[in-house]
Design a protein. Structure first.
Length: 113
């Protein structure tokens, strides 16, 4: 089985490398979301869509931060089954947060137009 295939036979080293990359990306995207929320409050957009967009960004930032914690714990646990389960939870949260971030971008673009 190739190292890039999905399933229960993935190696521990490959799982660790994937988690390290996802940790870095989740933390960076959390920072981007927090920066976006701060910019919305600095600019002072009072529009309903602007408030909705920064609410989505705030929730996305929270999800990225929770994702980062899950990844951190997955890197620290000794049991590979638990690490794989934590990785799946982190992947799901990451996808949800990324979807929220993209949705917020669409709301911002719609507001500008």
């Amino acid at each position: 089985m190739s190292p890039h295939s999905y399933g229960p036979k993935r190696g521990g080293a490959w799982l660790r490398e994937e988690l390290l990359q996802l940790l870095s990306l989740a933390a960076t995207l959390a920072g981007f979301c927090i920066t976006g929320v701060a910019l919305f409050h600095t600019i002072g957009r009072g529009t309903r869509s602007g408030t909705f967009a920064d609410d989505i960004l705030a929730v996305s930032a929270l999800l990225f931060l929770v994702c980062s914690y899950l990844i951190f714990f997955a890197l620290r646990v000794a049991r590979q089954e638990l690490a794989a389960r934590l990785e799946k939870m982190a992947d799901a949260l990451f996808l949800l947060a990324l979807t929220g971030m993209v949705g917020s971008g669409f709301v911002m673009v719609y507001t500008v137009l």
